[in-house]
Design a protein around this ligand. Structure first.
Ligand SMILES: *Cc1c(COP(=O)(O)O)cnc(C)c1O
Length: 396
């Protein structure tokens, strides 16, 4: 238990601290703000929706989708989450170091040589293969420890997981491994956001497996399948535990106009105008001379670029908000500079706040809108904002 104790005894001050002051002085000319009240409200809304008989596992992988894992995890636990999920051991270690003692499931792969650490950190791992289970068994018994695990079934996603036809045999063989205790069973949907038919198909394969396992005497404390989209659209997928990620952050897992009204986006991203100038007609802007002014145009330079996560290619970030109005990005986005056209925004000047993601005045640029511009999904928009930019945690 040494590593675990050490992690708890030595919480990093950055993670233990949710005040904004430390972050503001970071020296980066753009700020990512996380509204922890929005996270709290989203978690409470999900909890109210699924009810008291269903536990909530908050998915905080990839630094809580770019929102700051320790802070989001803490707020989620305080507002109704019972367990946490991360991708890998390193992410779990960050939470333990921040003093978070909640149960944590690692959704992705944990190599057998990391089993001692997983036990020390009191983690639960995913099991989906007999060879893997045997390696875990020998690593765990080698240190005289026991490893908690959830069995993952691949009901149609085609990623990690044992195929339903092999689940019973795997379960029987894992039951013979004394250092591994199967405390849960789960599957993951491939298209809960788009195809209710395929989701129903995966659900029925999962239920068949559960019935077969139960018939042979296998019962699990935690049975889970639903991501955000499934928990919203398919109540039968909730079992006794749901695994939302996206909706915790207030982002919409369903099509435009189909998400619930209670979603409150938690992330915003702002910068400041570094310079404003008026260029004569026929001037070029940016690398490659891809933009040329038609008439006299007033442009503003922003001290952010693709190194911060402002997507350059193949389809770029298109607009920002300045003085409550939309300003188009012009020319190529550079590594840490971007030009916008402010000819139609009188009074725009150096020092003005510019919103890249979030609200300004009556307008708002959402992660969903940016996803449409760059040809991606809201998940990728928020996880692509550079981790090096400090997150400024706001709560009232
Ligand atoms: C990321 C992930 C989730 C969360 O999905 P959302 O769509 O963000 O709610 C749930 N389960 C697994 C296995 C995941 O990898």
């Amino acid at each position: 238990m040494d590593l675990y104790k050490q992690a708890l005894a030595d919480p990093s001050p950055v993670y233990a601290e949710t005040s904004s002051a430390a972050c503001r002085s970071s020296g980066f000319p753009s700020q990512v703000s996380i509204d922890l009240d929005a996270v709290a409200a989203n978690v409470r809304s999900i909890k109210a929706l699924v009810g008291d008989t269903v536990s909530l596992m908050a998915v905080v992988k990839a630094n809580a989708y770019g929102h700051g894992a320790p802070q989001v995890a803490r707020v989620a636990m305080e507002n109704g989450a019972d367990l946490l999920a991360v991708a890998c051991l390193e992410e779990a270690l960050e939470l333990r170091r921040a003093g978070i003692g909640a149960p944590i499931l690692t959704l992705s792969f944990v190599p057998a040589d990391a089993v001692a650490s997983a036990i020390a950190l009191d983690l639960t791992v995913a099991i989906f293969d007999l060879e893997q289970a045997r390696r875990y068994q020998s690593a765990a018994s080698g240190i005289g420890g026991a490893l908690s695990a959830h069995l993952k079934i691949d009901t149609g996603m085609g990623r990690l997981g044992v195929l339903p036809g092999d689940a019973l045999a795997l379960c029987q063989q894992v039951a013979e491994l004394p250092a591994i205790s199967l405390e849960g069973i789960y599957t993951h949907f491939s298209s809960a956001d788009a195809s209710s038919r395929f989701t129903a198909e995966q659900l029925s394969r999962f239920c068949d497996s559960l019935a077969q396992l139960e018939h042979q005497g296998f019962r699990f404390k935690h049975v889970h399948a639903a991501n955000s989209a499934a928990l919203l659209t398919e109540p039968a997928s909730r079992f006794n535990l749901v695994r939302p990620g996206l909706s915790i952050y207030g982002l919409n897992p369903l099509g435009a106009g189909q998400g619930p009204a209670w979603l409150k986006p938690a992330m915003s991203w702002k910068t400041t105008i570094a310079q404003v100038k008026t260029l004569p007609a026929g001037s070029f802007v940016g690398y490659g001379n891809t933009y040329r002014t038609r008439g006299s145009e007033t442009i503003a330079l922003l001290p952010v670029g693709y190194a911060d996560g402002l997507r350059r290619a193949p389809r770029r970030w298109r607009e920002v908000l300045a003085r409550g109005r939309r300003a188009p990005v012009i020319g190529r986005i550079s590594m840490e500079k971007t030009a916008i056209n402010v000819s139609h925004i009188p009074g725009a000047r150096a020092g003005d706040e510019v919103v890249l993601l979030g609200k300004q005045g009556d307008d708002m640029i959402s992660a969903e809108e940016i996803a449409r511009w760059i040809g991606s999904i809201n998940y990728e928009v928020v996880t692509s904002i550079a981790p090096r930019l400090p997150r400024d945690f706001v709560c009232v």
